[in-house]
Every structure is written in C-alpha cells, then in structure tokens.
Ligand binder design. Structure first.
Ligand code: ZN
Length: 239
C-alpha cells in the first residue's frame, strides 16, 4: 500500500492489476478508508482523509507548509502501519524529498528496500510465561526478552511494562522463598495469584498489540509448581 496525498478522500493506493508492487508508479488504484479489510478506527481514518484533502491541487507553494504537511503525513502513516501490522507493506510518499520509503509496522524506522529493515524482524507471535530467572516474554528467534526491548518494538504502555517486570520479579522472589523453606503448600496461594496475574497481563499485552499480532499465555513453568495453560488472543479476541 502506498500512502500519498493526492487531494482525494483517501490517500491509500495499491498497484493496478498486474502492476509491479516494487514500482511506485503502478500504485494507481485507490483504497477506501472504510474498506473492510483495513478495520481503520475513526481516529485514524479521519486524519488520513483530512491530510489527503489538505494538499492543494497545484501543490504547495510555501516550503514551511509543505514541510509541515510531510511531517503530519509521516506521523499518521506510522500509526497506520502499526495498526495494520506485518500483513501489509506500507510505503510513504514524501513529497518534499520525492521518496517512497517503506514504513516499519513495529518501530519508527523508514527504509529503502522492501525487507531491508535488518534483523531481527519484530516478533508477530509473543508468549507470556512466568519462569524463574527469565524475562516475562518470549518469541521465536528472540528467546526471552524484556517488555521494553526496542528490538521487539512492542510499544507497550509504561504501566504494562512495569507490571510485567514486577510480575517476573515476583516469580523470582517467591521461588527463592519456596526453595529456602521447602515447605509443602506454604506458597501455593502466592503462586496461584501469580498465575492469575500473568493471565490478566497477557490479555492486556494482546489488547495493546492489537489484531496484527498474537499473544499466548503459558502460565508458570517451574517444576512441581507449574500451572500450565495455553490461551491465545489476537487483539481482543480469544482464539
Ligand atoms: Zn522495525
């Protein structure tokens, strides 16, 4: 998809039938902002529409006005790419520099070639799991990782990042106490609470990541205390 202000009601375009997706000149077929496949919320569709309509038919005469318009377009395109997730390749037409770079759906990077973003790609499937000594999140190719690891580009809210860290630290603390005391049942209630908290946190992660990614909760992993489960969400939907 190409995001390009041409003064029409939607700035979204795809290649015409048979057009080469690498060639930006072939992006001539408009995509309506309410196209069902996009699921755009109003707070994304409205600024895209007004940004496209704000472009004067003969182009910008004033350089500052052009610069501002290009900046606004990039900001809303980044939000669009994030909303659509990895299933769409989004390019942004920068009228000031006459470039059409790809916009990453996970982080804020722009890049010149499709798939030239570099490694590793941001995880699409994320697992939340409590295990002594490990970070609360895992993904293929990432191992376990911290909730604010920039390479994963999850963009979770500060509150949720803190809650996940606190949860992982709580598992470590409780395991240490359990190993120290080795008393049957003494920490059962704590582990049960951590198990429930983990599920709530996983659901929040799914909600914040949106429908472009899947989140699975696998419970607590440790030995005889394991409380295993496997629930997967995609956005708000339980799969
Ligand atoms: Zn990225």
């Amino acid at each position: 998809m190409l995001v390009h202000a041409r003064g029409e009601r939607s700035p979204l375009y795809e290649p015409y039938e048979g057009g080469a997706p690498e060639d930006v000149e072939t992006f001539t077929r408009g995509i309506a902002l309410d196209a069902p496949g996009l699921g755009l919320p109003d707070d994304l569709a409205d600024p895209l529409r007004s940004w496209s309509l704000a472009r004067p038919p003969e182009g910008f005469v004033s350089r500052p006005a052009l610069r501002k318009h290009v900046g606004q377009g990039l900001a809303v395109t980044r939000r669009l790419a994030r909303h659509l997730g990895p299933s769409w390749a989004v390019r942004y037409r920068d009228e000031r520099h006459s470039t059409s770079k790809w916009v990453c759906w996970g982080c804020d990077r722009l890049y010149w070639e499709r798939d030239s973003h570099g490694t590793p790609p941001h995880p699409v499937d994320v697992t939340v799991e409590g295990e002594f000594g490990f970070g609360p999140l895992r993904a293929d190719g990432f191992g376990d990782f911290a909730p604010d690891d920039p390479a994963a580009a999850l963009r979770l809210s500060d509150g949720l990042v803190t809650a996940l860290r606190t949860w992982a630290a709580g598992i470590d603390t409780t395991m240490n106490l359990y190993v120290r005391d080795l008393e049957d049942g003494k920490y059962d209630a704590d582990f049960a609470r951590l198990f429930r908290e983990g599920k709530d946190l996983a659901r929040q992660v799914a909600r914040e990541l949106g429908p472009g990614r899947r989140v699975t909760y696998r419970g607590l992993a440790n030995g005889g205390l394991a409380a295993m489960t496997a629930v997967t969400w995609q956005g708000d939907r339980e799969l």
